[in-house]
Design a binder for this molecule. Sequence first.
Ligand SMILES: Cc1cc2nc3c(=O)[nH]c(=O)nc-3n(C[C@H](O)[C@H](O)[C@H](O)COP(=O)(O)OP(=O)(O)OC[C@H]3O[C@@H](n4cnc5c(N)ncnc54)[C@H](O)[C@@H]3O)c2cc1C
Length: 324
Amino acid sequence: MGKKVLVIGEIREGSLRNVTFEAIAAARTVSDGGEVVGVLSGAGDLNEMGEEMVYYGADRVVTVSHDNLKTSEGHAQAIYPVIEEESPEGIIMGHTSQGKDLTPKLASKLESGLISDATEVAAEDGTIVFTRPIYSGKAFEKKEITDGLVFATIRPNNIPSLEKNEALEGEVTAKDVDIKDIRTIIKDIIRKSSDGVDLSEAKVIVAGGRGVKSEEGFEPLEELAQVLGGTVGASRGACDAGYCDYSLQIGQTGKVVTPDLYIACGISGAIQHLAGMSNSKVIVAINKDPEANIFNVADYGIVGDLFDVVPKLVEEVKQLKVNA
Ligand SMILES: Cc1cc2nc3c(=O)[nH]c(=O)nc-3n(C[C@H](O)[C@H](O)[C@H](O)COP(=O)(O)OP(=O)(O)OC[C@H]3O[C@@H](n4cnc5c(N)ncnc54)[C@H](O)[C@@H]3O)c2cc1C
């Protein structure tokens, strides 16, 4: 018999993050023909975003709107009563900064386990199996929950969402929840990344390393990212050298990314960097050193000076666009 599965949606800067739709697709697998219920918490009118969750496959959505929902503490207070009321057999959310902060809070309250950072969800012989990377992506493990709540977070950009279908119908209901005694407040958000594209959801990333040599050295990379509709990332080497902000760092102690295309420029390919990007779908490496480790994970390698190669790539892409 199918299960009831809750999907915790995530709103960023006034719209739903894509991983919300991917979580709905994962929830459909976990539910095995049961009901998928979206839950959204945030400020203002959430009805439209609730409907969007329906278009991506949620059967119905419960929204909790409150002005005091700026931290995970507030979101946990908003979502917990919905979980209590719905008694789901599964809960899925994105493995994002918010997901990483919120889901352990809920799991501990629910006295449940939690499978985090799954990159695959599949039904195998009647059981739901989650695949997740371990040891910084050097191996994958398969996990199943044999008893109790199936609670998991999924890595963005790995589980394809279902096709959007505006003909789908489902109820979006607003629930009133009293949110009080919030102990953490956000006083200010300092954000230096220029274009606002989230690295963990970007389809194309052009990343620079110490080989970029300066802050200005990132300019050709930014141009390439722009013509490809992507965003710029960096190695820790580049961040430590002060060429860019740490919010761009990719790797074991930075962001984990899985874009369709990852272009590594002047990055040696240290194991801690690979931990954050080796699952990218197509990897292109540009490096002066033919022995650089990055070539061991690259699908395409260009041995050369990035300051010659990157501008040529920009021109080629522009030309392709003109001819398209
Ligand atoms: C606990 C720990 C956690 C870490 N976490 C991370 C992490 O999250 N992310 C991360 O990235 N690192 C991390 N590191 C650091 C990591 O070990 C490396 O030091 C770092 O990734 C190196 O950065 P890089 O490749 O930019 O620099 P380098 O290793 O110095 O490589 C620069 C590369 O640029 C090439 N190059 C130079 N000039 C050019 C040119 N003009 N054109 C083309 N190529 C050129 C060189 O051949 C070289 O391969 C961590 C380290 C530790 C110990």
